[in-house]
Ligand binder design. Sequence first.
Ligand code: URA
Length: 196
Amino acid sequence: MQNSWESLKQVEEAAKLCRDCKLCETRTNVVFSRGNSQAKLMIIGEGPGQKEDETGLPFVGKAGQLLDKILEAGQICKDEEVYICNVVKCRPPQNRVPTQDEADACRKYLLAQIDFLKPKLILLAGSTAVQHILKVKDPISRIRGKWFNYSSGAKVMPIFHPSYLLRNESREPGSPKWHMWQDIKEVRKTLSSLDA
Ligand code: URA
């Protein structure tokens, strides 16, 4: 992969001025990333919600707070070990799923983020991220927790989107929350093995 920017900062500046799809007309802020731009682990979600649009930071609403709790429980440091972003950088009205055109218009920023960060591991939170990165339509319940090889060289794992977990409270073995816990333990183990 090659992009025409010289740094991640330049990519962010370009994204902040972007008017390549109609989401720019309704956004308050462009939501580029949070976390460590040197991290080995990248998490990609779908797109900003209301809180993210207001603050300019990804995953800061209810789903994001749950994501932070899950990372903390798995002893993954959200500020140092993770870089978080989304398929689209501007909020789709009413939090609808981004259209193919919107995701395509935003793809250059996401690919440049992957290109500069060179994460070793990428987690795809929910089916939108899976469809736009892995280009498969399999249900998350079938492919979550498995590692796939991405063209950048990263290992990629689909996981449940935290907002799906907010709607499924059970922690019983076999429940989405239980599966998420298994997946996070696997991610922690793999992340630690990179340093070994
Ligand atoms: N959901 C997402 O997919 N991304 C966010 O940034 C917030 C909620």
